[in-house]
Structures are given as structure tokens and as C-alpha cells.
Design a protein around this ligand. Structure first.
Ligand SMILES: Cc1cc2nc3c(=O)[nH]c(=O)nc-3n(C[C@H](O)[C@H](O)[C@H](O)COP(=O)(O)OP(=O)(O)OC[C@H]3O[C@@H](n4cnc5c(N)ncnc54)[C@H](O)[C@@H]3O)c2cc1C
Length: 370
């Protein structure tokens, strides 16, 4: 069977659903294929409330509101940073992704459960192979937006290397409660990375936490995760952890011919923090804008203008402070300063992108590094 659409979007997570919504709203014929419409991405689910406002996303999904960020240093010092002028929403990813796809469908996108399996033709008039209800379908399209996540099959089909990644293990934990998004540093359990405890929402029930740890590729993931549970004083019995990759950001490429890569498929996760939901949605939006305007180079331009300096800065900070425990202790000291807290919240929470705020942020760190 052969189907035809102007734009095929592969993957219905934050990047794909946002791209499909924007494309449909601008009058494009768009088909979004998602492999599993009830998929729950392993994810802390933390999103700045300002991101939802910016992207016009209603809050009608189960969520918990968080107003404190907690840092725990390798030596066990604890710092609570109140979130002023914004908050973090912790969402259930299954419900959130469904909401984003519903918004895309309401804008006019055709949302289909189906799996992209390969590219038949990369030339103008792309031909993709998609499995729908067990049937192999050829989908012809003018453009393809690849938003199929960190293990992107489209990326491989287009001849690009897979992205580098940080490996994570995370699990829901019932007997633990927190009202903060907690970031725990320590090379014992999170070498060159961090571990976290977030409040948890599962369907309609809010309770317990999600606990996870990240580590550079090659380390013993299960042992690290076990050591983090030990540090929290939690028994590993009955805790079932899922492994998942977080792509390690590299600047581009974002397009290959008429294929545009968005979100995790383009490794657009903020270094250091692993914040990816907002950047996935924004990249979906930029990719859609480029397709609508018929000028694919616009995508990279929009992304660079808005995010490149910020990503570079976070990559530098990651290299300096997450290298070892001494670096993480220094980071903790720096974050004790109210002016650093305020500047960080401006950048992270309110997404202020002005060059001025970024420069003053860089200067703050420069001052403390010497
Ligand atoms: C443990 C963990 C915790 C995280 N916590 C946070 C957090 O708290 N806040 C935050 O901002 N970010 C967090 N992130 C990062 C965030 O989850 C991702 O950056 C974000 O989900 C990327 O969105 P995406 O749409 O690009 O990809 P994904 O969300 O991965 O969506 C890809 C979609 O494509 C579908 N798909 C895959 N292959 C195919 C195929 N062949 N055909 C059709 N469909 C396909 C998948 O089913 C999936 O629905 C976390 C990541 C991990 C691993």
C-alpha cells in the first residue's frame, strides 16, 4: 500500500508532536507515526512552567508542582534553592505525550500508530517504509521530520552516526517522598554526572518518587544505581530500574537532504542538566517553521540563534564541575551565592534567552573560578 502526505513526522514524543501541531496549524498536510501510543518514556518529567506557557500547552494532565530545587554535594551538604518567579511541573510522560499528540490532532495532523522501518528513497519525493497494523506501507512525503528519539532509526537510515550518550538507570520508588527536585552529586554513584530524586506522578496517582542516576558510557550502571540507593538508605529489593540513554549534545547536523532531525534524534539535550523536553519541543517548532517556509537552512539558524551559546556554556560547566567530587563541591559553594541562584533560575526556569543574561551568567562563573 502507498500513502502520501506533505510531511511525515516519525515519533510522537515532545519533538514530533510539537512539530506536527505547528505544521498542521500552518496548513500543511502532516502524518505523525508513533510506534506505541501508550509508551511511557523513562523520564523525570520535570518541565519549567514557563515552557508550557511559551508553547501554549494547557496544564490539564496530572502533575505535581515543585517550588524547590535541592542540591546534595558529594560530602552530603544540602542546599535548597526556592524557585522564585516560576515553578517546575512534574508530569507523567505517558499523559503528557498523549496531550501533545491530541493537540497535534486537533490542529489537523493525522496521528497513526505505526513504526518507521526504513527509507526506500532519500531523493526528492521521500519514500519511507512504515509498519501499520502489521502491514508494510510506503509513505511518500516531501519532507520527513525525524523525532524518533535517542536510538533514531531514521538517523541510521539517513546514513548518520548514532549520537554519543550518557546512560541512565531510573525506577519508581514507593516509600520515599520529596517536594523538591533533588540533584545528588558524587562520583561513587554518578561519575561525571548526577543522580536525582523527583516527585512522581503515575497516571492519576501522585505519590512516591522517581529515582535515577546517570553515568558516562562504560561504567558499571547497576552498581552505581545500587550505591545511590544505599546512599538514600533504600533497599534495592523490589526496585525495578529501567535503563535508557540521554544523548550527549553535539552541534548538528540537523538536516540531511529533506530529512530534519529534532529533539533527542538530533541530540538536543542540554549538557549538564539533561533537560530535554523543552528543547525537543522547541526544535520541533523550529523544524516545522523551516518546512513551512520552504527553507530548511532556517532550522539550524533559528536553533543557533536561540540556544547555541547556552548549550556551549553548559557543556563547559559540565566539563569543569562534573569531572570529579572536588568540582562538584566547588559547584555547591558557588550555588550558595544568591546572585548565582537568581541568574541560574532566570536561565533555567524563565528561559530568558537574552545575550545580556547569558553574558552576566558567564561572568559570574568566571569570577568564582579564579
Ligand atoms: C531517565 C531520564 C530522565 C529524564 N528527565 C528529564 C526531565 O526531568 N526533564 C527534561 O526536560 N528532560 C528529561 N529527560 C530527557 C527527555 O526525556 C528527552 O530529552 C525528551 O523526551 C526528548 O523528546 P523527543 O520527542 O525528542 O524523544 P522521545 O521522547 O524519546 O520520543 C521519541 C518517540 O519516538 C517513538 N519512536 C521511536 N522509534 C520509532 C519508530 N521507528 N517509528 C515510530 N515511532 C518511533 C518513541 O516511541 C517515542 O514516543 C530525561 C531522560 C531520561 C532518559
Amino acid at each position: 500500500m502507498v500513502m502520501r502526505t506533505q510531511v511525515l513526522v516519525v515519533g510522537g514524543g515532545p519533538a514530533g508532536a510539537t512539530a506536527a501541531r505547528r505544521l498542521a496549524a500552518s496548513g500543511k498536510e502532516v502524518m505523525l507515526v508513533e510506534r506505541d501510543l501508550s509508551f511511557r518514556k523513562p523520564c523525570g518529567g520535570g518541565i519549567a512552567s514557563s515552557a508550557l506557557d511559551e508553547l501554549d500547552i494547557p496544564r490539564d494532565v496530572p502533575h505535581r508542582v515543585v517550588r524547590t530545587i535541592r542540591f546534595v554535594s558529594p560530602s552530603g551538604r544540602v542546599l535548597d534553592i526556592p524557585l522564585r518567579g516560576g515553578e517546575i511541573l512534574v508530569v507523567d510522560r505517558r499523559a503528557f505525550d498523549s496531550l501533545l499528540r491530541r493537540l497535534a490532532a486537533e490542529a489537523g495532523a493525522e496521528v497513526v500508530e505505526g513504526e518507521f522501518t526504513g527509507l526506500q528513497s532519500k531523493r526528492r519525493g521521500l519514500k519511507s517504509r512504515v509498519l501499520i497494523d502489521g502491514e508494510a506501507v510506503t509513505v511518500e512525503s516531501d519532507y520527513l521530520i525525524a523525532s524518533d528519539g535517542v536510538n533514531s532509526r531514521v538517523r541510521r537510515a539517513a546514513g548518520l552516526d548514532p549520537s554519543d550518550y550518557v546512560f541512565t538507570l531510573s525506577a519508581p520508588v514507593g516509600g520515599l517522598e520529596t517536594d523538591a527536585c533533588e540533584f545528588w552529586f558524587g562520583s561513587e554513584h554518578a561519575p561525571s554526572s548526577y543522580s536525582w530524586v523527583f516527585p512522581r506522578v503515575d497516571g492519576d496517582s501522585a505519590g512516591g518518587c522517581s529515582v535515577g542516576t546517570g553515568m558516562s558510557y562504560g561504567r558499571d550502571a547497576r552498581a552505581c544505581f545500587g550505591r545511590f540507593l544505599d546512599r538514600l538508605g533504600i533497599s534495592a529489593e523490589g526496585v525495578t530500574a529501567r535503563g535508557y540513554k540521554v544523548p550527549s549534545w553535539k552541534h548538528g547536523p540537523y538536516t540531511a537532504g529533506r530529512v530534519l532531525f529534532a529533539g533527542d534524534a538530533a541530540a538536543q539535550v542540554m549538557p549538564f542538566t539533561y533537560e530535554g523536553i523543552y528543547y525537543a519541543m522547541k526544535s520541533g517548532e523550529f523544524a516545522a517553521e523551516a518546512v513551512t517556509g520552504g527553507r530548511l537552512s532556517l532550522y539550524g539558524k533559528l536553533w543557533r540563534r536561540r540556544f547555541l551559546s547556552r548549550f556551549r556554556l553548559m557543556r563547559t560547566l559540565e566539563g569543569v564541575f562534573l569531572r570529579n567530587d572536588a568540582g562538584a563541591e566547588k559547584l555547591f559553594d558557588i550555588f550558595c551565592r544568591p546572585e548565582v541562584q537568581e541568574a541560574s533560575m532566570r536561565l533555567w526556569l524563565r528561559k530568558e534567552a537574552g545575550r545580556g543574561s547569558l553574558l552576566s551568567y558567564i561572568n559570574l562563573f568566571r569570577k568564582f573560578l579564579h
